[in-house]
Design a protein around this ligand. Structure first.
Ligand code: ISL
Length: 570
């Protein structure tokens, strides 16, 4: 029996508002700009929009440093604009999920401003403050200095602690120093966050994408890092920390369980077994999680800021591991790129001669695996990495900091080697403006964009793709439709064939008919040609050749000529 949920059947489209569409010519995308493109989203056929943070923020980390959770950032528009966006999506039968960034706030949030100014304030304990350790500062003739309270590192490079002159204590920040970590052990903090979530849920949103949600709980005593292979020093101490399930369980009981919403937790360093403690029947009520295993395949010896090789075999092994792992329990989030990763066609495909083909192939992977599918803006037209020729073109703090760390470690033979890494790894590859047209600035803005537009926008843009049956965009539309038409693509069991083959990734999806009344369109056959041995994946003859590709193997629907009542895809 199919355990149906609307969010399992959804195709989610991720919008990075800064880079989507600028309506007022200030060079920064905005909410009215998104509203202008609602018909485009409708045409694409997606069901849910995940909006990256649009809250008030000084933007040390492009909105992941929130200074007011209940206000929309001026540059992005007003609350009225946001309400228009929500209504516009709902009118078109689409849903909206918001980014929930609650591991940290901005240091300009009033809680932190109070906490820093007045150590006796009730807000002090909203954050994590500790005294440093006294040390003999080398070469200073015996003067005593201080080292941070422990050796944890920030994800953006350098120590996870910043010293506060005023109070003589240090505060914890797993990310930028302008992103102090909240103290989730404090019940007041939890209540504040839960009330804030209710504020947005009462406005009618349909769920949350939860930023780094599995690092909220820090162990008592904040022990030093022990694992030399950890993603950052100390990670094994705060990833899935001691009270994490208690906190998320409380969030579910007090808030989320009262609404019909979807939640997707972004979880660093997550394994299949750990995932089941967050999602599924034995979890904390969360719908699904983003894991990073396939995003780490191309890490090098020094981790993320080092380029390694990946292979198709490893990719299919990794994704198959998650497909099987969450088959009975839990639910996958299927994604191959987002605002923190390089462009998927450049990373897992080919962004030169075979760009179109590989973008379509990757779209096929996204739409035919089990799980909820996520499409990052621009991937639907096969946007590529940016050809950085100087660090001046980089805006991202993560890139700038980590390049600096690698430079200090003497890891670059020359500038070109550094730029080569940036061209592969920088988050800014995915943050260049959406390419709407071949015009100046790709039709993104009438002004000067906050980050350069990819020069290939003259070739790769929505205008050029729209209506061209060979285009990546039209392919996305068809394959999204196909997924919507066939339960087997959403719920069907996944079986991998030829696991050891170096370049073929062959898998099967299979679903027994649910046998429910009035559900005929979900059963086998439907309006599809049945098992004619090849180009029968699309009822629309004009489109079928394209979906099928050149190997003629795809086959959706049918009783397989054996009289069974099942849907099957190979
Ligand atoms: O891109 C990375 C930087 O090292 C990732 O490790 C990333 O920081 C991690 O995936 C968490 O990402 C999320 O939280 C960050 C924010 O910068 C990212 O944009 C967000 O997706 C801090 O809020």
């Amino acid at each position: 029996r199919i355990d149906r949920e609307w969010w399992k059947e959804a195709v989610v489209y991720q919008i990075y508002p800064r880079s989507f569409n600028d309506s007022d010519g200030d060079g920064i995308g905005d909410i009215p700009g998104i509203v202008e493109k609602l018909d485009y989203l409708d045409y694409l056929g997606v069901d849910v929009v995940w909006l990256n943070p649009v809250y008030e923020s000084p933007e040390a980390d492009n909105g992941y440093d929130v200074s007011d959770y209940r206000a929309v950032m001026d540059k992005f528009g007003t609350m009225a604009d946001w309400e228009e966006l929500l209504a516009g999506l709902h009118d078109r039968d689409m849903k909206l999920i918001m980014d929930l960034v609650v591991n940290h706030t901005s240091d300009e949030h009033e809680w932190f401003v109070n906490a820093r100014e007045d150590p006796d304030s009730e807000y002090r304990d909203y954050y994590v403050w500790r005294e440093g350790e006294a040390v003999e500062a080398a070469g200073t003739g015996g003067a005593v200095g201080q080292r941070p309270p422990n050796d944890w590192e920030s994800f953006f490079g350098g120590p996870a602690w910043t010293y506060d002159e005023g109070s003589g204590e240090w505060y914890l920040h797993l990310f930028h120093e302008k992103q102090p970590d909240l103290n989730w052990d404090n019940p007041e903090v939890r209540t504040e966050i839960f009330e804030m979530m209710e504020f947005w849920l009462e406005k009618g949103i349909d769920g949350f994408r939860m930023d780094v949600i599995n690092v909220l709980s820090k162990p008592e005593g904040l022990p030093e890092g022990e694992d030399d292979d950890a993603i950052v020093r100390g990670a094994e101490q705060f990833v899935n920390g001691p009270r994490i399930h208690e906190f998320l369980g409380e969030m579910y009981d007090r808030v989320l369980s009262n609404y019909d919403v979807m939640t997707v937790g972004e979880m660093v360093d997550l394994s299949v077994d750990e995932a089941k403690r967050f999602i599924g029947p034995h979890g904390d009520g969360m719908s699904m999680a983003f894991n990073f295993d396939h995003m780490r395949l191309d890490f090098g010896h020094h981790g993320r800021w080092d380029q390694g090789d990946w292979s198709v075999k490893e990719l299919k092994r990794t994704l198959s591991h998650w497909q099987h792992g969450l088959e009975e329990e839990g639910w996958n989030s299927v994604y191959m790129g987002n605002h923190d990763e390089p462009r998927m066609v450049s990373r897992f495909g080919h962004d030169g001669q075979f760009r179109r083909e590989s973008a379509k192939l990757l779209a096929t992977v996204l739409m035919t695996l089990q799980g909820t599918t996520y499409v990052y803006q621009g991937d639907e037209i096969g946007m590529t990495n940016y050809p950085f020729s100087s660090l001046d073109e980089v805006r991202d703090v993560d890139t700038i900091r980590n390049v600096e760390v690698a430079r200090q470690q003497g890891r670059f033979a020359d500038e070109e080697e550094m730029l080569e890494l940036v061209r592969h790894r920088s988050r800014d590859n995915a943050r260049t403006p959406m390419q709407w047209t071949a015009d100046d600035e790709a039709g993104f803005t009438d002004g000067t964009p906050w980050i350069p537009v990819n020069p290939n926008h003259t070739r790769i843009n929505v205008d050029a793709e729209r209506g061209d049956p060979e285009s990546v965009l039209e392919y996305y539309r068809r394959v999204i439709d196909l997924r919507h038409e066939h339960d087997v693509l959403v719920y069907g069991r996944y079986t991998l064939h030829l696991p050891d083959h170096d370049c073929l990734w062959v898998f099967e999806r299979e679903l027994e008919s649910s046998g429910e009344e009035g559900n005929d369109e979900r059963k086998a056959g439907g309006d599809l040609d049945v098992d004619t041995g090849g180009a029968d994946v699309d009822a629309d003859p004009a489109g079928s050749a394209d979906l099928d590709g050149e190997d003629g193997g795809t086959d959706v629907g049918g009783d397989d000529g054996q009289g069974g009542d099942a849907e099957r895809v190979l």
